[in-house]
Design a protein around this ligand. Structure first.
Ligand SMILES: Cc1ncc(COP(=O)(O)O)c(C=O)c1O
Length: 394
């Protein structure tokens, strides 16, 4: 018998797209002008890039078809050679090592601690033989960026930030995604801004963005429709392949009205997370890792470690949580999980020995917490999880 009230919230239900998007989409449908490069200027995608760069405080933004595309183009635009060794956290989504493989480079996995953040000692050990660092702020957990920036600088390596889950996160007051050479964001549905699919990269580097713009599919002189890259782009004219990973205008029309919603979503996401986190932590069944002191998070999900559960108990916990109405996953215990590094069999060679990350994945539990949830919903989620733990532990 449940010992908590009310109906289960749908943890996959997004916020409605703002009304303002409808007029923009209607006008676009009337004109039929869906391609970003048809209009001589001010196409919705171009406007989105300008607005996003302004919000992030960067010189450039390039909107593309997904965050994976942004990561791929960033690796290509950095001019890294074929076979370059790219350090990535061993805890991330399979799309991240996939982008590295797609760019014909070699992902090198770095251990991640029980707090979901990069193990800096392992980074230090592996950085000697690396050509680039791609730090994935998985589920919006920010690793020690001071240490990572210092190490990348000391070794003269470029740093890409995968900020797919970190739109709105701050590190020492600076926006995550703007600390490295290039930052990549996702507009896929389970992110802070929802376009179904979509991504964007930001940078201050004119040469890098010019290369990325051309490779994203700005054929002939379409790069002239991008802000302030004429000199750099002219240099690369006809010298780079076109991968055609552009964003279309319809996506930009869905995204732009959400930009003004962002501060509220960030605020609500953090408040919601902290409300549930406090209850889970106080229950004694779970450990919810604290943010690092420099970090102000913008979560749309919650992660916590089961404490003192056997594997059988952990599996039972997931079953009971689902019965209670809250789908939860333990990254390392569900079959074919895309965030468990041993499932990334597309990487050449056997899975590396990463006992720290493996141990964390065996107890780390993941629950979606969309920002639209209200207090009753949050109480439900916390109670359902605590009740499931109680059912296991007695
Ligand atoms: C950590 C991380 N990086 C990158 C991506 C790729 O994002 P996209 O689906 O926009 O390609 C995802 C997808 O969810 C992700 O979880």
């Amino acid at each position: 018998m449940r010992d908590f009230p009310s109906a289960a919230p749908d943890l996959h239900e997004a916020e409605p797209i703002p009304e303002a998007a409808k007029a923009a989409i209607e006008a676009l449908l009337q004109s039929g002008d869906l391609f970003r490069y048809t209009a001589p200027q001010d196409a919705p995608v171009a406007l989105l890039e300008r607005e996003f760069a302004e919000i992030m405080g960067t010189r450039y933004a390039l909107a593309v078809s997904s965050c994976s595309a942004a990561l791929f183009l960033s690796l290509k635009a950095l001019g890294l050679p074929k076979g370059a060794r790219v350090l990535i956290p061993a805890f991330t989504f399979a799309a991240v090592p996939s982008a590295v493989v797609h760019a014909e480079m070699q992902p090198v996995l770095v251990e991640v601690g029980t707090n979901y953040r990069l193990d800096i000692a392992d980074l230090e050990a592996k950085i000697m033989d690396a050509d680039a660092v791609l730090i994935s702020h998985m589920r919006g957990h920010t690793s020690d960026m001071d240490a990572i920036l210092a190490l990348a600088k000391a070794h003269g390596l470029p740093l890409i930030e995968d900020a797919a889950h970190s739109l709105g996160t701050l590190w020492d007051g600076r926006k995550i995604g703007t600390l490295g050479d290039v930052g990549c964001f996702s507009f896929q549905s389970y992110k802070m801004i929802n376009a179904g699919e979509g991504g964007i990269l930001v940078t201050d580097d004119a040469d890098l963005v010019a290369r990325a713009v051309i490779m994203s599919g700005a054929y002939e002189h379409n790069w002239k429709k991008h802000v302030d890259i004429t000199e750099a782009a002219a240099k690369w004219q006809n010298k780079l392949p076109l991968y055609n990973l552009r964003m279309q205008n319809l996506s930009a029309c869905v995204i732009r009205p959400q930009l003004t919603e962002l501060p509220r979503r960030i605020r609500d996401g953090l408040a919601n997370h902290d409300f549930v986190a406090e209850r889970l932590q106080d229950s004694g069944y779970f450990d919810v890792p604290a943010p690092l002191p420099q970090e102000v998070r913008a979560p749309d999900s919650i992660q916590f470690n089961l404490t003192g559960f056997s594997e059988a108990q952990a599996r039972a916990f997931v079953t009971f949580a689902k019965e209670n109405g809250v789908p939860a996953q333990i990254f390392g215990l569900s079959t074919d999980n895309a965030r468990a590094f041993w499932n990334w069999q597309f990487i050449e060679g056997p899975p590396p020995d990463l006992p720290g990350t493996r141990a964390m994945l065996a107890v780390a539990c993941d629950v979606r917490l969309p920002v639209r949830l209200k207090r009753d919903d949050l109480c439900f989620v916390a109670s359902a999880l605590i009740s499931a733990a109680r059912m296991v532990k007695g």
